[in-house]
Write a protein that binds this ligand. Structure first.
Ligand code: PLP
Length: 374
């Protein structure tokens, strides 16, 4: 890590670089876990957003009951980085359809302990394959059903109950519950979806099957889902970065009026300064997805009022009106920050997160699950 200017000013960090404002990041974590404590809801942060073992550790320390990952490869990388201690576990929210991946998952539980990594399933074929693999090793694979609110998953109601019945009859599986991620939707729709999730959990209980986990929720819906009776845990991810007015990490439009602080940015340098209507920087699409619109631009800690940012592969062009006073203030070699419109797809493009405290580089956290999509 000696190659990084630890203890020095942000200005000395080579660009483009992904920055994390430590104070704002801590503020976000504190807010989420204070809420969770107040209303008595468990938090299982979704690590597909931040992908960093260091952040996982911070969240587990703050009280997270475990973690969620989208991919098997992410769960493996985090486990191998040592994030799981005590009774904490990882829940893989994306279904596996490949027999080789099923072997890897079960093998990982054989090595790490039976209930360390749970997986979501939504069909009988997957249940049977998982059960067979687990029986061969003499363990039980712990599973939850994903209830569909528009992506993978089972249809709420009877089809989900039927799958739960099938699961409890398979000797290699242990049924733990279900999750019904409602998406970053408005409160009304979140409530409707939560009702479907909780009603289905109760229908499964009505046929005599224990449902321990009922998971749902995102940063944009954490208040409504976190207080919805029958939901046992929420699974928000992007609150740690708080991108956008709600901290939902998906664009800059507000949906539900929740708020987290913007802690994530991409440090960039002005490399082209010859035009009165623009400056050109060294951060483009290869370090920042345009996901939900062009990034915001920050100079000396303040968002500047430019005419937008045009991103190409390796360049980020900040646009201004002709003869803009603001444009005149910008100089060749100067550093700016872009606030990405989609935090998750931005983080996934980086090797490291540069942790900033009092405008100085405090630490460099690797993006542990970078590229672990398999
Ligand atoms: C299954 C699941 N749960 C939780 C989340 C977390 O959402 P957010 O990052 O808005 O908190 C996501 C995000 O896509 C998700 O796919």
């Amino acid at each position: 890590m000696n190659m990084y200017p630890i203890g020095k000013s942000i200005q000395e960090i080579k660009t483009p670089a992904l920055l994390l404002d430590l104070d704002k990041f801590h503020w976000n974590i504190k807010k989420m876990f204070k809420f969770a404590k107040q209303v008595g809801i468990n938090v299982r942060p979704h690590a597909k957003t931040f992908k960093s073992a260091a952040i996982c550790n911070k969240l587990l320390e703050a009280g997270a009951i475990g973690l969620m990952t989208q991919k098997l490869g992410e769960a493996e990388a985090l486990l191998n980085a040592g994030v799981l201690y005590g009774d904490k576990n990882i829940l893989i929210s994306q279904e596996l359809a490949d027999p080789g991946k099923i072997e890897r998952l079960v093998g990982m539980n054989v090595a790490m302990g039976e209930s360390k990594v749970l997986v979501a399933i939504d069909n009988v074929a997957a249940a049977e394959l998982l059960s067979k693999a687990a029986l061969r090793w003499g363990i039980k694979q712990h599973v939850i059903i994903e209830l569909s609110h528009g992506r993978c998953g089972t249809i709420p109601g009877k089809p989900s109950v039927d799958l739960a019945k099938k699961i409890v009859n398979l000797k290699g599986l242990k049924f733990r519950g279900l999750y019904g991620y409602e998406g970053p939707v408005n409160m009304k729709l979140a409530l409707q979806r939560n009702k479907l999730t909780v009603d289905t959990a109760n229908m499964i209980r009505d046929v005599g099957i224990d449902v321990e986990i009922v998971s749902a929720g995102s940063t944009g819906t954490y208040t409504v889902t976190g207080t919805y009776s029958g939901i046992t845990e929420i699974e928000p991810g992007s609150f740690v970065f708080g991108v956008g007015p709600e901290g939902s990490g998906y664009g800059f439009k507000t949906v539900n009026d929740v708020h987290f602080k913007s802690s994530l940015s991409v440090l960039t340098q002005i490399i082209g300064c010859n035009f009165s209507d623009r400056v050109i920087t060294d951060a483009g699409l290869k370090v920042m997805s345009s996901g939900f619109g062009s990034p915001l631009v920050r100079m000396d800690g303040e968002i500047i009022d430019c005419d937008g940012v045009s991103l190409s592969e390796e360049h980020g062009t900040v646009l201004f009106k002709e003869r803009s006073v603001l444009r005149k203030k910008l100089k060749w070699g100067q550093k700016l920050e872009f606030i990405p419109s989609h935090c998750c797809t931005c983080v996934s493009l980086h090797d490291n997160l540069f942790v900033i405290k009092d405008k100085k580089l405090a630490a460099v956290w690797p993006i542990t699950t970078r590229g672990k999509y398999y």
